[in-house]
Design a protein around this ligand. Structure first.
Ligand SMILES: Cc1ncc(C[n+]2csc(CCOP(=O)(O)OP(=O)(O)O)c2C)c(N)n1
Ligand SMILES: [Mg+2]
Length: 185
């Protein structure tokens, strides 16, 4: 499946859950398909969506919190997988779009072809970690994980396909923060 297809499949499954996005194309795809107040877009700060998502999940235990991450981002902050496992927020769902490249900066290969990130997450202590390769598998896997005790991890293997003509997030960092905070109240 192409990366864009994974977003098209996943985003309609969302309700009003806060979603913390990794930087780069992850934000841009999501923003261009469906912008929402509950979307927090990392502008820069590669690797830190999972840390922010962890903080939101701990502060808002009554909300399901989703981190929408990339393989390069996860590899950069692998220690956060351990921190999430240790804190064990039961409301955190960590979704990773794994295209095996740093697509946002020119498709340089990452090492996620050799390092199965879902196995790293499971070994770190996530309650469940699931890998899907086909578009049709996304909905059942996501719904099952959304109804499970977290922290849980969903790795979606995709082919890189981003169209660089896709727009950029037009909100300022201040606007993103303000509306995200408002949506959490
Ligand atoms: C600290 C830091 N290093 C590098 C970058 C440049 N950068 C932005 S997005 C990105 C790639 C992210 O890779 P991945 O998480 O796999 O997402 P993809 O681009 O493949 O969708 C890089 C290297 C950055 N923003 N910050
Ligand atoms: Mg990638």
């Amino acid at each position: 499946m192409k990366g864009t297809e994974a977003f098209q499949e996943l985003l309609p499954l969302l309700g009003d859950e806060p979603v913390v996005h990794a930087n780069g194309f992850i934000c841009r795809e999501s923003f261009s398909i469906k912008d929402r107040e509950e979307n927090f877009y990392m502008i820069g700060s590669m690797g830190l969506a999972s840390s922010i998502g962890l903080g939101v999940a701990l502060c808002k235990p009554d909300r399901k919190v989703i981190v929408l991450d990339g393989d390069g981002n996860v590899l950069m902050s692998m220690g956060t997988l351990a921190m999430i496992s240790a804190e064990a927020p039961n409301n955190l769902v960590h979704v990773v779009i794994d295209n095996e490249v740093y697509e946002s900066t020119g498709k340089q290969r990452s090492i996620s072809n050799a390092v199965p990130l879902e196995q790293v997450a499971k070994s770190a202590g996530y309650r469940q970690a699931v890998r899907v390769d086909k578009k049709e598998e996304i909905k059942p896997a996501f719904e099952k994980l959304m109804n499970s005790e977290g922290p849980v991890f969903l790795l979606i293997k995709v082919e890189p396909c981003f169209d660089p003509k896709t727009g950029r997030v037009t909100h300022t960092p201040e606007e993103i923060t303000e509306r995200f905070m408002k949506s959490l109240r």
